[in-house]
Design a protein around this ligand. Sequence first.
Ligand code: PLP
Length: 390
Amino acid sequence: MLPNMAYADLKDSYLFRRIDEKTNNYLKKHPGAHLYRMGIGDVSLPLCDAVIKAMHEAVEDQSHRDTFHGYMPECGAPFLRERILVDYLSRGINISYEEVFVSSGASDELGDILDLFDKSNTALIMEPAYPAYVDANIMSGRKMIRLPSGSENGFLPVPPKKEKADIIYICSPNNPTGAVFTKELLSMWVDYANENGSVIIFDAAYEAFIEDPALPRSIFEIEGSKTCAIEICSLSKTAGFTGTRLGYTVIPKSLVRENMSLNKMWVRNRTTKTNGVSYIIQKGGCAVFTPEGKRQLKENISYYKRNAKILMEALNKAGMIFFGGRNAPYIWLKCPWEMDSWEYFDYLLETHQIVGTPGSGFGECGKAYFRLSSFGTYEDTSEAAKRFIT
Ligand code: PLP
């Protein structure tokens, strides 16, 4: 047996292991110290009442013979696919029922979706990037083009002039930089993809944080995108489903390469590789798209936005340079005093008991930056903010 030797090319999950090691060492030296964890990508608020109520009702359904549900349809329960569809339509995005797929979350999809592409394809990763894009492509033995970005372009790169990529990852709002692509910029990428026959994988995990109506929440707001894009969405950050697991993916029927419909291929993939997402979870997911669910979730998002605002105000007072935080849950901070991101990590931990995420974990061009998250509690965030000023 020959294992997948591509795994030998993977780097250890060095970033989070090193953060844990450093944090644990600090706690050993300072037992009982309280740490302000501004690095977390997980949410701190529980599921909203509307979701909990729907899940309780679904549990009850499962206890009666006439309302019990066994295996769920592989591409998603009709009741949830319809709700997601209506939500898109209400935003003026014209897609059809068969183009919506329910998933167990964006991470699963980002890995599985690569089944649709030949191994010989080249993937373009805009850095700094969510590390899963790189790792999933290494695992499947694909070549990658790394496209670095920086403060000069607001961490929003334009398509390369000469290089041709087959698969293009776009994450907007971006993790880790918090940068959001404008319609004009996305149009440039859509044109590039259509001209080169590439496919964009649009990661919209943080779309719910966009409040500026001029900024696109979906790639399908861009003309021409239906012949070149797949959109991967998640309810993790929108609705606190990080531990409950639910997301959705849109693959247009007009996305065709070499006479193969990627939508049909995905139906074939799902009906082979999944048995659907749990009935109870999908019922909970339905509540996210009701008027009451939306109202409650808006409150949760406002809670995180208030955290981001408190942090940004403190950073402004401290005269620090940062990006993101406005239409995104992440703040991307330039490390002060010419420190690199690990030096700054140590400084914040030792001096202020703040734990963040060093930018070097998201690619070489992130090494002078630091990611702060607004997903913590209000109490911890306000205290951490004060410590940035002192
Ligand atoms: N995409 C991005 C950019 C993320 O930051 C995350 C999680 O942090 C995910 C996808 C994964 O989301 P999910 O919880 O739905 O797997």
